[in-house]
Structures are given as structure tokens and as C-alpha cells.
Design a binder for this molecule. Structure first.
Ligand code: IVH
Length: 703
């Protein structure tokens, strides 16, 4: 849709507009140019926000640009066009899912940023409601992706994204993967036949952190916040992948409901807080425990501040609080504007940002030869942590953000974890700033760098480049690989610099006579180190494979490969087809594995490791051993009586089987415990699925 060049120009145009904002000066001193630039930038940001999940400007900045455009169009009606972003709600629909209409349009909330905003809003709200004092329900503003669910006759019948507010993507199958969303709920006990409820899908902080670490390992910029991660996850094409993302959901709004014939509305449904309690009782996660009901805006202000101070202790991200008029009759009376309900407002917390000076950029060489630019800034505290250096990921990021050495930069700690540069403040430049020049040669070995077609990362492909060798050894000994305790990064560097350690096999040939004489290496630490090295020789094969650091081969793929063979070097004869037939291996990964095993240097290294006593055999024996479950897929439903669910799932994996999270034609076995529900019904309709009792399952595994 946009070329890289246009994207960079638009990002810079956005910055130029933002720098004009304080006085709302005109671009090129020309009104038409400014209006057009605003539209271009707003449209581009909508695309980045809704489709790419990676906006170029913050919500606050977006609101300001949007308000400015609206103002200019109002003052100069001749400039208004029917396709201006102010004339419609932004498009948020993607092509992968059918479009469905919401029963009631999904409005967004008006924002407030300080006490004055809240006081003003309360005054207007009381006027519309025609009362002197309002009762408010206050709850967290979850930083995720909004969804709308429909339950009919107690069953979940549809789940959709917000989309453009009027229609969204039908993502029912993906929604069903989220464990905190009940597939059925006893609405009929309260006389309800059909109900539409809204909420937010989230990724908790720990899961988000892991997700971003994985992206960073591939030199991809991390997603700016859990919302982007959640909304991207919801729109994945494969529901099994969605299930793996560990999504959660909070439900916080009832937008529509129809009563069963002859039933009247229960009292609990007369207030918003009652609805939250009811949802909670029915098994939904709603902010029932986090909410508070108060009278008057003073108490609101106190509670939002109190909650802001607890923000870091929550397991999930919130970006503010939502204040809602509690009584539904009053809400109806107050109504809405074209964009927002008048009975609710969001109070946005301050973004965790700080400004600092960009002093220099260092270029680090990774294990696979990737060159990562790392920004060094004057250290600043952000949210209680000193931040002095952060990854810039790749050359495009530097260009897109238009960074220069000496710039004042705005830094944010995304999702509380990874600090990153949001933007440079170009208007604060004094002319002394310098361009950042990306090297053309490896900063460590001087080898010319290359960039594969279609990628944004420059690489040094000299396999003997010292930096890569050291990083490979560090990875090999690390906790998730061969787990050689007490070795660690600093010892690898030390031994390498002293010439005691040259490559991975060298770990098993080190001269402890020399090491024993070094400062800091007493008899005890030598004993520990030699014991750890010795015991790593019998680590399971998947740890060795992961430790080899083959590009794109993470822990899961390493397990798949280890399970597929009896001995590691069998992989050198695997064709691309054979690799692709393995679970979760696509062409990119297969290509990288083949490249690794085609290299005689790598095969020599494996032989050397073998001769030094390192285990190359698959001793866990899940392949073609008797009674194996390899190639078979399993799902459990209901309560098991003999095994714990985790034990049973462990047995499947140990025997080479794979767990699925939903019933589909890909499923081979459904194991049914007590009180099995809809999964069993669904599985009965697919005649290739074998339905087993717990005992039958145990027999199958033990066979
Ligand atoms: S109420 C008609 N409550 O914030 C009002 N929204 O622009 C419906 N959000 O699109 C929204 N936490 O995605 C509401 N406790 C909460 C919320 C919340 C997060 C999101 C929602 C909405 C956006 C506001």
C-alpha cells in the first residue's frame, strides 16, 4: 500500500506537523498544503494503527492533529472534502475475516488528561443528566484490543473486532481460543435471551515481554505496547497459533440485550456496576473487583490518582481509567455525540517517557552476523529505572525516525520493559547534530556487510568473525541451551580474549591448569566449572541443537528436529520436503537448517563435539519407538479423574504427540473426562476423530 520511501516521507511529515502544533503554524505558510498534509498523515497513521498495529504518532498526538484538521475545516469550509478523515470513522477492517455488523455501533471514549478536564466534563455531564450530583463507576482502562461478543440462548455465537465501529471482523474461532471467555453463560437465569457485550483482549506483561524478546532476537523492532500484540494476535489466520499467544479478556460493557418472552429486567441490570458484578458471577472476567462506585467528581479524581500509583503492580497494562455514569436511565437520558457517549470519559495516565540527548550509536554484531545499531543516550530515569542505551534495531528505524547524533530524543519504556526511542525533537536542533552513518564493513572483522533482498538487517557473513564466534559460544553455554552453569558471558569473553577458548568444541578442551592460575578461579570454582562442562555432555539432543544457534531454530523447532532423528547428523541428508513435513517448519526455517548442515565446517564441528564425548543421540526416543504418538494430535476435555490435566498433556508431548487447542478436522484424538461439553459434541460430528476415555488414553500411551 505504501512504499518504504513514502512511509519515511510520511513519518517525517508527521513530525513536521507536530512541531508546528504549539502555535498551529502553517506548513509552507500555505493553508491548503497544511490541510492536505494533515489528511495524509492522519490516513497514514490510521493504516499503521489499524492494519499494522504500529502507529507512528501517539494517541495524544493523533488527537491533537485530528482536532487541528477539524478546526481548519470548520474555519475554511471550502477546504472540506467528502473523503477527509474527519468525515468518517477510520477504516479498521482486514481482508482475512468476514465482515459483520455490530448490533450497536461501537463508539470510542472521549479522553481527559488532568483534573481540570475531569471537572469540566462532570459539569457538562450533570447538565445533560439534569442532576446536581452524579454517581460514577470507575474502572481500569485496559490497554488491549476491543472485542464484541454475542450470546444467544446462553451460547457464545459470535465474536468480532471493533473494526470501524459499525462493522468488524468476525473472529469467532479465534475468540473461542481465549480461556477467560466462557463459551456459554447462564444469561437465561436472568431472563436474557440475547446479549451483546464488549470488552478488551489483553496480553499480560510477562507474555508480552517474552513476545518482544523473540522479536528482538530477530532484529525486529518490538511492538510498542501490549495492545498491538493483542490485536495482531486476534487477527491471526490460524486459531491454534492464537491459542498459543496466551490471550486474556476483560468484559466491561453491555451494549444490547433482549429479554426472553414475558421476562422483566432484573434489578441488577439497572446500573453499570451491577452489570459488572453479574458478568463476574457468571464466570466472565470483568473489572468487578477493580471498580469502585462513588458520588461526585472529587472522589473520582482521588481514585484515578490512587489507581495510577498501583499501575505497575498489575499483571496487565492499563493506560488510564474509565469513568462511567452508573445509572442506565441517566445514561440513556444523556445520549451521545457522533463519536462518544456523553456518560463516559477516559482518564489517560501519563505515558512513561523522558527526553535525553542521543550521544552516539554503536554497532553490535550478533551471533548470526546481524548488525544492530545501539543508541547511547545521557542516562535518564524512566519509571524508576535508569535508561542509558537502547537498540535501534535496524537502519530503516534510524531513517524512519530521522535520528541524528546530538538530537534531543523522546524515550519510552514500552510495556514497562524495553526502552525505545519514540522520536527526535527536530525543533530543538541547533545545527551541531550529525547524520548517523551506517557502516559498510563489519565493525569487528572489517568484512563487507550485505543485506539480503527484502530484509532490513545488514549482516556480516564472515562465519569466523570474532564477534560472532564469541556470541555463538555464549549462546551455546546459556541456560536454555547446554546450560553450563557458572560459565556465563563474562567467562566466555575472558577465556576467548586470553586465547584459552577459540570455538564451541574448545569448551571441552580448555586448559584448566592455566585457568587455575588466573585471579578469581579458586579450586572450588574450577571444580564447579569442570563438573558443569562434563554434565553438559549428556544434555538431551534438543538442547544441543538449540545451542548450535542455527538461524530461526528456536527451542520448539530444536525439539521438533531432535524428535525426528535418532542421531543429529542424519539431518544433513534431509531434503527440503522432509523438513517441511515436520511440525511448524516453513521454507525459511528449512532453508536455514539445510544451509547449516551443508557447511563442511559445521559438520566437522559436530564430529569434534562427538569425539569429545558430547551426546548427539536422541536418547528421549520419541521417534518410531513402540507405542509412539508421533504425528498424532490430541485434545482433552472435561475433568480427568486419574491424571492431572498437565500430567496427561505432558505424556502426549513426551511420546511425540501434539496438543491442539480446539476441535477441528486436524484432531486425531479427543480424550473425554467428566462433564465434557461442547468440544465432545463438535468432535462427534467429525468422524475421523477418535473419542477416548481417560483409561483408553492411558492404555494407548502405555501400549
Ligand atoms: S467502555 C461506549 N470501558 O477504550 C463505551 N472502554 O476509546 C464503550 N477500553 O474502544 C467503551 N477499557 O476499547 C470502556 N473499562 C473500559 C475500557 C474501555 C478499555 C477501550 C475500548 C474503547 C477505548 C476507548
Amino acid at each position: 500500500m505504501y512504499t518504504k520511501e513514502t512511509e519515511i516521507n510520511l513519518s517525517q511529515e508527521a513530525k513536521a506537523l507536530l512541531s508546528l502544533l504549539p502555535g498551529e503554524g502553517l506548513m509552507n505558510d500555505n493553508l491548503t498544503d497544511t490541510v492536505e498534509a494533515l489528511r495524509r498523515v492522519i490516513r497514514y497513521n490510521d493504516y499503521r494503527y489499524y492494519i499494522q498495529d504500529d502507529p507512528v504518532v501517539s494517541d495524544f498526538e493523533y488527537d491533537q492533529l485530528f482536532a487541528w484538521l477539524k478546526k481548519l475545516e470548520k474555519e475554511n469550509p471550502e477546504l472540506k472534502t467528502p473523503d477527509s478523515p474527519t468525515s468518517r470513522v477510520a477504516q479498521g477492517l482486514s481482508k482475512n475475516f468476514p465482515t459483520v455488523q455490530h448490533l450497536v455501533p461501537m463508539l470510542s471514549l472521549d479522553n481527559s488528561y488532568n483534573e481540570d478536564d475531569l471537572t469540566d466534563w462532570d459539569r457538562k455531564a450533570r447538565e445533560f443528566a439534569g442532576v446536581d450530583e452524579l454517581e460514577y463507576c470507575i474502572e481500569p482502562k485496559f490497554d488491549g484490543a476491543s472485542i464484541s461478543l454475542i450470546y444467544e440462548n446462553d451460547l457464545l455465537t459470535r465474536g468480532a473486532t471493533r473494526g470501524d465501529g459499525v462493522a468488524g471482523d468476525d473472529i469467532t474461532t479465534n475468540i473461542r481460543q481465549i480461556r477467560t471467555i466462557p463459551l456459554s453463560a447462564p444469561f437465561s437465569n436472568y431472563g436474557i435471551q440475547q446479549i451483546e457485550i464488549r470488552g478488551e483482549v489483553l496480553i499480560n506483561k510477562t507474555t508480552f515481554k517474552k513476545f518482544n524478546e523473540q522479536r528482538m532476537a530477530e532484529n525486529l523492532p518490538p511492538l510498542a505496547n501490549p495492545r498491538n500484540a493483542a490485536s495482531g494476535s486476534l487477527r491471526m489466520v490460524d486459531p491454534n497459533e492464537v491459542a498459543k499467544r496466551g490471550l486474556e479478556a476483560f468484559l466491561y460493557h453491555m451494549s444490547y440485550h433482549v429479554m426472553l418472552d414475558g421476562q422483566t429486567e432484573p434489578e441488577i441490570l439497572q446500573t453499570h456496576s451491577g452489570t459488572l458484578d453479574l458478568l463476574y458471577t457468571m464466570g466472565f472476567r470483568s473489572p468487578a473487583k477493580e471498580k469502585i462506585v462513588v458520588k461526585g467528581i472529587k472522589a473520582v479524581i482521588d481514585y484515578v490518582h490512587e489507581f495510577e500509583s498501583k499501575r505497575d503492580d498489575l499483571p496487565y497494562e492499563i493506560d488510564g481509567m474509565v469513568i462511567k455514569v452508573n445509572n442506565y436511565d441517566l445514561q440513556d437520558k444523556m445520549g451521545m455525540t457522533t463519536h462518544h457517549p456523553r456518560w463516559a470519559i477516559a482518564f489517560k495516565f501519563k505515558a512513561r517517557q523522558a527526553t535525553s540527548k542521543l550521544r552516539s550509536v554503536e554497532f553490535q554484531v550478533g551471533r548470526t552476523g546481524s548488525i544492530t545499531p545501539v543508541a547511547k543516550i545521557d542516562p535518564v530515569p524512566i519509571g524508576g529505572v535508569m535508561v542509558g542505551s537502547m537498540s535501534l534495531f535496524n537502519e530503516d528505524v534510524i531513517r524512519e525516525k530521522g535520528l541524528k547524533k546530538g538530537d534531543t530524543v523522546l524515550v519510552e519504556r514500552a510495556g514497562d520493559v524495553i526502552p525505545y526511542i519514540v522520536k527526535s525533537m527536530a525543533d530543538l536542533r541547533d545545527g551541531s547534530e550529525e547524520d548517523i552513518i551506517f557502516p559498510t564493513k563489519c565493525p569487528v572483522c572489517d568484512h563487507p556487510l550485505f543485506k539480503p533482498e527484502g530484509e532490513s538487517v545488514w549482516r556480516c557473513n564472515n562465519i569466523n568473525c570474532e564477534a560472532q564466534v564469541v556470541e555463538r559460544i555464549i549462546h551455546f553455554v546459556s541456560k536454555d541451551a547446554m546450560d553450563i552453569r557458572s560459565f556465563g558471558e563474562s567467562n566466555v569473553r575472558k577465556f576467548y580474549n586470553l586465547g584459552i577458548l577459540k570455538d564451541v568444541p574448545g569448551i571441552y578442551e580448555m586448559d584448566f591448569g592455566v585457568i587455575g592460575k588466573m585471579e578469581g578461579f579458586g579450586a572450588k570454582s574450577i571444580t564447579n566449572l569442570t563438573a558443569a562442562i562434563e554434565s553438559s555432555k549428556s544434555q538431551p539432543l534438543h538442547r544441543l541443537i538449540f545451542g548450535l544457534g542455527i538461524r530461526y531454530v528456536g527451542e520448539t523447532t530444536a525439539k521438533t528436529l531432535a524428535n525426528a532423528v535418532k542421531e543429529l547428523t542424519e539431518l544433513k541428508d534431509y531434503t527440503e520436503e522432509q523438513l517441511l513435513a515436520l511440525e511448524d517448519i516453513g521454507p525459511k526455517v528449512a532453508g536455514s537448517i539445510r544451509q547449516f548442515f551443508a557447511d563442511p565446517g559445521n559438520l566437522d564441528m559436530l564430529e569434534k563435539l562427538r569425539s569429545l564425548g558430547v551426546n548427539l543421540l536422541n536418547t528421549q526416543g520419541s521417534l518410531s519407538a513402540e507405542g509412539t504418538l508421533s504425528g498424532q494430535t490430541f485434545l482433552f476435555t472435561g475433568t480427568l479423574s486419574k491424571l492431572k490435566r498437565s500430567e496427561a498433556e505432558g505424556m502426549v508431548e513426551q511420546h511425540g504427540g501434539k496438543l491442539l487447542s480446539g476441535v477441528s478436522s486436524k484432531l486425531n484424538y479427543l480424550i473425554v473426562g467428566d462433564d465434557a461439553g461442547s468440544k465432545l459434541e463438535k468432535a462427534k460430528k467429525i468422524n475421523t476423530i477418535k473419542i477416548l476415555t481417560e483409561d483408553e488414553f492411558i492404555k494407548l500411551v502405555e501400549a
